[in-house]
Design a protein around this ligand. Structure first.
Ligand code: GLN
Length: 201
């Protein structure tokens, strides 16, 4: 399949930027907000935004069960930032009633980089693109506190004070990054996901 159809969960967050990035990476991108719209997707992106709001809206729209079912069935999903939080089996510093879709055996800490450095940019060595680092835009970003045995770490930060912090992972068809590649003109992270989707369908 040359141009897979990839939905962007459009209940909150930077939907448009992901849709543009996906289209430039060779996919047919489509905003989705209802459970029945998930049926004919090859894959889904959960954008950056605010995971507590996303959780609330997903609950009230009844989206968690259909999303979990698609993840279980093997649909590829890529989550950036708040989307990473949504793919985590466990979260720290979440709201008490906050739910996630889950699927990646990891613990993610919300707003992990703290007040001093809520937003920053850094070059990230992203394993699938070894030719050159990707420019990571981190906005009140989470980090991955720990991963289970089945999770592949795709990127850790290199510079202090965050050296060694995990900021990109993959488990099966699920990919998550702490940073926002949709906000740069570099489409290599989205192209990596589109290739993964082509292999999966
Ligand atoms: N801090 C946000 C959250 O907890 C994530 C920020 C982002 O997606 N840029 O959901």
């Amino acid at each position: 399949m040359s141009s897979p159809t990839i939905g962007v969960l459009a209940i909150q967050g930077d939907v448009r930027e992901h849709a543009v990035a996906l289209a430039e990476a060779g996919a047919l991108a489509r905003p989705v907000r209802k459970a029945e719209e998930f049926d004919d997707l090859d894959a889904l992106v959960i954008p950056g935004g605010e995971s507590t709001t996303m959780s609330k809206l997903a609950l009230s729209f009844g989206l968690f069960e259909p999303l979990r079912a698609r993840v279980k069935a093997g649909m590829p999903v890529y989550g950036s930032c708040a989307g990473m939080i949504m793919l985590a089996d466990k979260i720290l510093d979440g709201r008490e009633d906050q739910e996630t879709v889950g699927g990646i055996d990891m613990t993610v800490r919300r707003n992990a980089f703290g007040r001093q450095n809520q937003s920053f940019e850094a070059d990230v060595d992203f394993a699938p693109t070894p030719d050159a680092p990707v420019h990571g835009v981190f906005i009140r970003a989470p980090w991955v506190e720990s991963v289970g045995a089945g999770v592949e770490v795709l990127a850790t930060l290199g510079a202090e004070p965050y050296a060694g912090r995990i900021v990109a992972v993959r488990q099966g068809n699920l990919v998550a990054t702490s940073f926002h590649p949709e906000l740069t003109g570099d489409r290599r992270v989205h192209a990596y996901f589109v290739d993964l989707v082509r292999d999966a369908v």
